[in-house]
Design a protein around this ligand. Structure first.
Ligand SMILES: [Zn+2]
Length: 321
């Protein structure tokens, strides 16, 4: 029997989206040269994590790992004892629309380059912009991956998409290409607890990004930070409610971070135009420390790999894909 006093696990992961991918999302010219802030961001975030004694998972984009100038910074991640995961090669959020052959290339290339850059072979995958498909899961299973972490069980995807179109400078064609971006309302009915996908005789673990049980609204760091701009009290109430509901439903947490949640326009002036970048880095870190402090009082914090291992020891539901 599960001891009710025993803390459930919470995995912490960071999608290492680089400067060029934010420029690309926004429709800015110059992204094609792959401008990078990894030299600034990685040493900075490793120091923040070290201060908290946290070991997390970094989902790395293959295109970044393919550029030798980024290798030194990327290597620091594994040298510091963190896990690295696969975040696709070209970070195109419409991964689900590509052919199986193209998806296979995206995953395989990234795996090779991450291993070259960091010395670690990824065992986990997260699709860019929460994009995934049956083909993605099939390829991951064929390649012996331990887990996929691409699903976001929320109904707000279409609203996030409208906001994104409104804020970006995309052409009609580009908008058409991105039509399935961030999922549909029905994603709000997806399972929130980790489960196994069944593919023939094989299984692979699915670790959804946790949204608030019952309400199915996201509470990852970008959302908390956004709330904190209005009121830190409101942010703490919102997070407190998410934590209580997760404890009540015995739902382990997969908590997601992005670089711009932790670093401000004071260090990356090139992305000053992005929402929330007016906040200074030390303000963001202060919020992050508060959030991690609160989470760690109720959950055992760990990287995705250890989280997957924890889940494997228990019985999880099996779903056909
Ligand atoms: Zn990403």
């Amino acid at each position: 029997m599960v001891n009710p006093k025993h803390k459930l696990p919470a995995s912490i992961s960071l999608d290492l989206d680089n400067q060029w991918s934010y420029m690309k999302i926004h429709g800015d010219k110059g992204w094609e040269k792959f401008p990078s802030y990894l030299d600034t961001f990685i040493p900075y975030v490793l120091k923040v994590l070290d201060g908290l004694g946290l070991k997390i998972t970094f989902f790395i984009v293959g295109q970044d790992a393919a550029i030798e100038a980024n290798h030194k910074a990327l290597r620091e991640i594994t040298d510091a004892g963190h896990e690295v995961g696969n975040h696709s090669f070209s970070h195109e959020s419409w991964l689900h629309t590509l052919s199986k052959e193209k998806i296979s290339q995206e995953i395989e290339l990234t795996e090779t380059y991450i291993q070259q850059a960091t010395g670690m072979k990824p065992v986990g995958f997260r699709g860019p912009g929460f994009s995934w498909s049956r083909e993605v899961i099939e390829i991951l299973t064929e390649r012996g991956y331990l887990y996929d972490a691409s699903t976001l069980p929320t109904w707000i995807g279409p609203i996030a998409r409208l906001y994104y179109f409104w804020k970006s400078k995309l052409s009609k064609e580009e908008k058409k290409e991105r039509v399935g971006l961030f999922g549909s309302f029905s994603d709000g009915f997806r399972r929130l607890k980790p489960y196994n996908w069944q593919l023939g005789k094989e299984q692979i673990l699915e670790i959804p990004v946790t949204t608030m049980p019952v309400f199915r609204i996201p509470f990852h760091l970008s959302y908390l930070l956004y709330l904190s701009i209005y009121s830190e009290i409101l942010m703490n109430l919102y997070l407190g409610m998410a934590i209580s509901l997760c404890k009540l439903t015995r739902n382990p947490i997969s908590f997601l971070l992005h670089p711009l949640d932790l670093i401000g326009g004071d260090q990356i002036p090139e992305l000053d135009f992005f929402p929330g970048m007016k906040l200074k880095s030390d303000v963001k870190v202060k919020i992050f420390n508060q959030v991690i402090g609160k989470l760690s009082r109720h959950f055992e914090l760990m990287n995705m790999d250890s989280f997957a291992e924890y889940v494997f020891k228990r019985k999880v539901k099996v779903k056909n894909i």
